[in-house]
Ligand binder design. Structure first.
Ligand code: ZN
Length: 375
């Protein structure tokens, strides 16, 4: 086939890993995500621009699992990344300052993921409640925050931590930055201790400055980029043992797809069942309004919205789409549509035994006039 771009490679990998979960996930909706049509037909869409076409699927069931579904997670994170970048730009335009803080907790391989996660969430709630936090806000001009949770697994078990973008009214001196870090640390530890956890003095809380164009939004939502980084690891031949020491959940899924060890099967099952229903990103009250963002969409809504991007080029019977998915050809079909356009896609689908309904004139269709996509 043709040369694929890194984002096409990453999509192919996401589809492959989701395919694995179709047969093995504990989440009923994930087992059906992207596989079954909502109606009798599934559409193949083309959006983006002539220079960077983006193909997608419409009319399929989706799961909206931000933590466990490689495909839905990528869409949700891309949407959130765009929103965060808007907030950050708006904030800097009005002369504000953004600090980036990381909060970690001590853990051992004996700690359960659920207990660690609950402990982390409770400690954060305690940190931002009460008179002590009001004082901190006033003293340092903290006007709001956006917080994301991140989890990895390594030799010491599950590692749950949280990244927080702190939005300050103005710049702070190095001295104040140090003081703020110490005071956040004191509140963080006292919050953790109520549930029997603690944090290292050296690494419990880390606060750094951020700069315009530093990719803060992308860093905060880097969960989405995991499949891009997996491609990077694979093409750069990073050795397997090094990778094994501290793995993001989608790294565990990648390993699981290649070689299902009992350990990884158990880890992934714990991951799916424990992460389900938990929030990945939290906005402090009023933060979205400051950047003129509309109501926050749910994970499911973001995924549903994504199905409306672009123009439907062809549609195929839902049963045949499921068969293409099971044969691992669906991501291929999207790449053909992006790289070669409607005629080649019709050939490709027909060649694989699919009955194609054509929705545009395949000879004259051009993306220049069809830039409705936002992805
Ligand atoms: Zn999904």
């Amino acid at each position: 086939m043709t040369t694929m771009t890194r984002s096409q490679d990453a999509r192919a990998l996401r589809y492959k890993h989701r395919n694995h979960l179709h047969g093995h996930s504990t989440l009923p909706r994930l087992r059906r995500c992207g596989l079954f049509g909502v109606g009798s037909h599934v559409g193949l869409r083309l959006g983006g621009t002539a220079a960077r076409p983006i193909a997608g699927v419409s009319g399929v069931e989706t799961c909206g699992s931000v933590w466990s579904c490689p495909v839905c997670s990528s869409r949700i994170s891309a949407h959130r990344n765009t929103e965060l970048n808007k907030v950050n730009t708006a904030w800097r335009e009005r002369g504000g300052n953004i600090l980036f803080a990381t909060f970690t907790m001590r853990h051992t391989s004996g700690d359960s993921l659920a207990e660690l996660w609950d402990g982390l969430s409770a400690a954060w709630r305690r940190l931002v409640s009460g008179k002590g936090y009001q004082n901190l806000k006033e003293q340092y001009g903290i006007e709001g925050y956006v917080r994301v949770v991140e989890v990895t697994h390594g030799d010491n078990g599950w590692h749950v931590h949280t990244h927080v973008a702190l939005y300050l009214a103005a710049n702070v001196s190095d001295f104040d930055l140090g003081q703020l870090q110490q005071r956040l640390y004191a509140r963080w530890v006292s919050g953790l201790e109520k549930d029997g956890f603690t944090a290292s003095q050296a690494h419990g809380v880390d606060v750094i400055r951020t700069y315009e164009g530093s990719g803060l939004g992308a860093y905060m939502t880097k969960f989405a980029l995991t499949h891009e980084s997996l491609i990077h690891e694979m093409t750069n031949g990073q050795n397997k043992s090094a990778r094994k020491t501290n793995r993001a959940p989608f790294r565990i899924l990648a390993d699981l797809t290649e070689n299902s060890t009992p350990t990884d099967i158990a880890l992934w099952e714990t991951w799916e069942t424990t992460s389900r229903g938990r929030r990945m990103m939290t906005w402090s009250v009023g933060m979205r309004e400051l950047a003129n963002l509309s109501r926050e969409l749910t994970d499911e809504e973001i995924v549903a919205l994504d199905q409306l991007n672009g123009t439907t080029i062809v549609s195929v019977p839902s049963k045949q789409w499921a068969s293409l998915m099971r044969r691992g050809l669906a991501a291929d079909a999207l790449t053909v549509l992006e790289n070669f356009g409607p005629c080649s896609t019709i050939d490709y689908l027909t060649h694989h035994g699919v009955d194609v309904t054509i929705h545009v004139n395949p000879l004259t269709f051009s993306l220049v006039d069809n830039e409705r996509a936002t992805a």
